[in-house]
Write a protein of this length. Structure first.
Length: 135
């Protein structure tokens, strides 16, 4: 089928324009063939984001990109009052380390702290955001 337990999904309730993110926890089929799913919603305000791991100058968002060995990854940032987390593809997190995180059109210094959960197609990582550099 299209899904499996541990898979990340996006969904929208019929009465809302806002998309939400959830992890499939359970899939079942009734006797009459109807599909049922159990999903856990990941709380927090979402934002499209991008992670950058630098080749020695990750703290400088103005370094030229051509010829560098910087690595970039698409991410989804989840923020609430006192926590920040990022969703990335499996294998991005290797250990706690500094990086740059771009969201809302600004590069922010950040530190990836630890993996909170690994799913079929994602890693949920705790991140510590630092104030963006003023230009």
């Amino acid at each position: 089928g299209w899904g499996r337990a541990g898979m990340l999904i996006g969904f929208r309730r019929p009465d809302s324009l806002d998309w939400q993110i959830a992890v499939l926890r359970r899939l079942s089929r009734s006797v009459d063939g109807r599909l049922g799913i159990g999903a856990q919603v990941l709380n927090g305000t979402t934002a499209c984001a991008r992670l950058r791991f630098g080749s020695g100058d990750a703290g400088n968002p103005w370094v030229a990109l051509a010829g560098t060995t910087d690595a970039y990854y698409h991410a989804i940032l989840l923020r609430d009052a006192d926590t920040a987390r990022v969703l990335v593809e499996p294998g991005v997190f290797t250990d706690a380390r500094e990086c740059m995180l771009s969201f809302e059109r600004v590069w922010h210094p950040a530190r990836l702290e630890r993996v909170l959960e690994q799913g079929y197609d994602f890693e949920l990582i705790e991140v510590r955001l630092q104030p963006a550099a003023q230009s």
